[in-house]
Design a protein around this ligand. Structure first.
Ligand code: ZN
Length: 333
């Protein structure tokens, strides 16, 4: 058992309280390899933004749980080396699927875990979440829960249809479980294919597909029920068209990938939404840079020569999100 406090990490409690008061949101970026982690830390250190390093169960299996723990510890030291005196870095489990997975993460130095019981009947979601909260809180680890179902596919999570969160359920759920934050469903979705073309309208000026707007009425309903309680948005990549175009121009085949427009996320960040999850955009930025090198320099075989540009491109994306979408820059001086 290792406590996240020994690793120099922080839980989400103070981060979220400040974010709600300040009208901004904390970035939660997924990672599973060194270049992604370097890019996240460089971006957060440069902008002095609190940051949540997010690991799914699949990423944990991919990278190895022991290595991940030392990577997170290394990330804190690296941030200091970059001149960020008091880094605010949280290591969070994304979509924990069982009590055992959550417990194992708490025991391995995570400072925050998500228990996703959203696919279970309501009472079972309550019971499972409560059990995780009772364990995690003994070690001052914060817990994110989920009510409502997001559509889309992301690692081991997948659902055909979304079901919006019911605002009338949230008070009962939060008071019964004691969770620290709540992921809700208001129309965001996992993956790079968030919407089918028939759900979108065509922008005649750009020829691009415009997705249906987020259900801000549901968000307002939740906020009214739970004033000041931290709300989380999953599946909030914007699927930058320039990255999709670069991928397709260099041998890729991504069709009709559609994300959440950034102005909608900007609006959400100003509300009680205080954590916004972004994964697909980083995957796209990495893939676009790698494909470009492979296509333009087919003789290149030094991984640093394509993973380096991939890292630079991800860093640029993270800084853009922090400064222009979430507004979390300068909030962890
Ligand atoms: Zn998610």
């Amino acid at each position: 058992m290792v406590s996240y406090k020994e690793l120099g990490l922080v839980n989400t409690r103070e981060m979220f309280a400040k974010a709600i008061d300040g009208g901004y949101a904390i970035p939660a970026f997924n990672f599973n390899n060194m270049e992604q982690l370097q890019a996240i830390i460089m971006a957060a250190a440069e902008t002095k933004s609190p940051v949540i390093l997010q690991v799914s169960k699949g990423a944990r299996a991919y990278a190895n749980q022991t290595l991940l723990r030392y990577m997170a510890q290394g990330a804190v030291e690296y941030a200091k080396e970059l001149g960020w005196e008091k880094p605010q870095i949280c290591l969070h489990l994304d979509h924990g699927d069982s009590f055992e997975t959550c417990k194992s993460c708490v025991d391995y130095g995570f400072s925050s875990v998500m228990i996703d019981g959203s696919s279970l009947p309501y009472d079972e979601n309550v019971a499972l979440t409560k059990k995780v909260v009772e364990y995690a809180h003994q070690f001052d680890v914060t817990v994110e829960a989920e009510l409502g179902v997001l559509a889309g596919v992301e690692d081991e999570v997948s659902a055909e249809e979304s079901h919006y969160t019911k605002p009338e359920e949230v008070v009962d759920f939060v008071s019964k479980t004691g969770c620290d934050s709540l992921a809700i469903s208001i129309g965001t979705s996992h993956g790079a294919y968030k919407f089918k073309p028939e759900q979108c309208t065509l922008d005649p000026k750009t020829g691009r597909l415009v997705p249906p707007p987020l259900a801000f009425d549901v968000l307002e309903g939740v906020e009214k029920q739970l004033p000041g309680f931290p709300i989380v948005l999953h599946g909030s990549s914007s699927v930058p068209q320039e990255e999709v175009d670069t991928i397709n121009a260099h041998g890729g085949k991504l069709q009709a990938a559609v994300g959440i427009p950034e102005e909608q996320l900007r609006k959400a960040a100003k509300s009680a939404v205080c954590k916004i999850n972004i994964d697909s955009d980083s995957r796209l930025a990495m893939t676009a840079a790698v494909r470009r090198v492979f296509d333009e320099k087919p003789a290149e075989f030094d991984p640093r020569k394509y993973l380096g540009p991939a890292r630079d491109n991800m860093k640029k994306l993270y800084i853009h999100k922090i400064v222009n979408v979430l507004g979390s820059d300068g909030k962890a001086e």
